[in-house]
Design a protein around this ligand. Structure first.
Ligand code: NAP
Length: 263
C-alpha cells in the first residue's frame, strides 16, 4: 500500500535510536521530510549517518532534551526554520525508571511527569498552530501497552501513560473539525537495543540465560515472538498518513496480541 507522505514535514522526538528512529526512517522511506531529535548530539549524528547510507537524506537533526521546555521550544523553531512548517508529529521519549509503587521518590515522579507527560502537551501546544496554518495534520504519540494492561514494577509507565491517552483523546475532539487527527500507538514488546539490554539485565539478576529470558517473554505473546521495529514503524506511518484519514482519538496496540482484554 502506498501511503504517500511526499511533501509532508514530520517531527519525530527521541529519534536517535530504537522505535523513534525506526519511525523517522519509515516516514523518510515514504517520502516525508523529517526532523529527528534526541538529547544526545553524537547519537543523532550516528542516526543521521545511518539514514544517509540508506539514501534517506531528506532529514535534519536537532538536540532537545524533552525534560526542558525551552529546548522543546527551540526544537520547534529549528524545525520551522529548516522546513517551513510541520504536518506530522510523532512524540516519543526515553523509557521512565522502573520501580514498585511505594518505592519511587517525589523527584522521580516529578522528573518523569516532565519528560513522559508534559513533553507531549508542550509539543502538541506548539505544533497544532503550525498544522492549522497548513490546513491540517496528524499527531501520533507513543505510549506503551501499559495503557491497557499494567506491567509489574513499571509503576511510572502504568500511571503516567494513561494520562497521555486522556490528553490525546481530549485534544482529538478539540481539533477534529480542523483536519487534525490525534492518535496513540502502544507497543508491546518490540526488539530494540533497549529491549535487549533490559533482558540482559534481567537475565543477570535472575541467574538465567538471555535465551531463557527471551523464551519466557515470547511465551506471553500469542504470536510467540517479539515485534520487529519495522512492523511497528509501518503501523505508525500508516496512522500518520492520509490513508488513516477517518481514524482519530484512538489507541492502537502493536503487541502481537499480548494484552488480555477486548477493548
Ligand atoms: N521497545 C519496546 O518494546 C517498548 C515497549 C513499550 C514501550 N516502549 C517505550 O518506547 C520508548 C522508546 O523505546 P525504545 O525501545 O526505542 O528505547 P531506546 O532504544 O532506548 O530509545 C530511546 C530514545 O529516547 C531518547 N531519549 C532518552 N532520553 C531523552 C530525553 N530526555 N530527551 C529526548 N530524547 C531522549 C534516546 O536518545 P538519546 O539518548 O540520544 O537522547 C533514544 O533515541 C520508551 O519510552 C519505552 O519505554 C518501548
Amino acid at each position: 500500500m502506498e501511503i504517500a507522505l511526499q511533501n509532508k514535514i514530520a517531527l519525530v522526538t527521541a529519534a536517535s535510536k530504537g522505535l523513534g528512529f525506526s519511525v523517522a526512517r519509515e516516514l523518510l522511506r515514504e517520502g516525508a521530510r523529517v526532523m529527528l531529535s534526541s538529547s544526545n548530539q553524537a547519537n543523532l549524528q550516528a542516526a543521521s549517518e545511518k539514514l544517509k547510507e540508506e539514501g534517506l537524506s531528506e532529514h535534519a537533526t536537532h538536540v532537545a532534551d524533552l525534560s526542558d521546555t525551552k529546548q522543546i521550544e527551540n526544537l520547534i523553531s529549528a524545525t520551522l526554520k529548516k522546513f517551513d512548517g510541520i504536518d506530522l508529529l510523532f512524540t516519543n521519549c526515553g523509557g521512565p525508571p522502573a520501580g514498585a509503587s511505594l518505592e519511587l521518590t517525589d523527584d522521580q515522579w516529578h522528573a518523569a511527569f516532565e519528560t513522559v507527560f508534559l513533553s507531549v502537551v508542550r509539543l502538541c501546544r506548539l505544533c497544532v498552530p503550525e498544522m492549522r496554518k497548513r490546513g491540517g495534520g496528524a499527531i501520533l504519540t507513543l505510549t506503551s501497552s501499559t495503557v491497557k494492561q499494567p506491567i509489574e514494577n513499571l509503576t511510572v509507565s502504568n500511571a503516567l501513560r494513561p494520562a497521555i491517552v486522556g490528553f490525546c483523546k481530549t485534544l482529538s475532539k478539540e481539533v477534529a473539525t480542523e483536519n487534525i487527527r490525534v492518535n496513540v500507538i502502544a507497543p508491546g514488546r518490540i526488539l530494540t537495543a533497549r529491549t535487549q539490554e533490559l533482558d540482559e539485565a534481567f537475565a543477570a539478576r535472575t541467574n538465567k540465560s538471555i535465551d531463557e529470558v527471551r523464551r519466557e517473554s515470547e511465551e506471553e505473546i500469542p504470536m510467540k515472538r517479539l515485534g520487529d521495529v519495522d512492523e511497528f514503524a509501518s503501523t505508525a506511518a500508516f496512522l500518520l498518513s492520509g490513508k488513516a484519514s477517518y481514524i482519530t482519538g484512538q489507541i492502537l496496540l502493536v503487541d502481537g496480541g499480548r494484552v488480555e482484554g477486548i477493548w
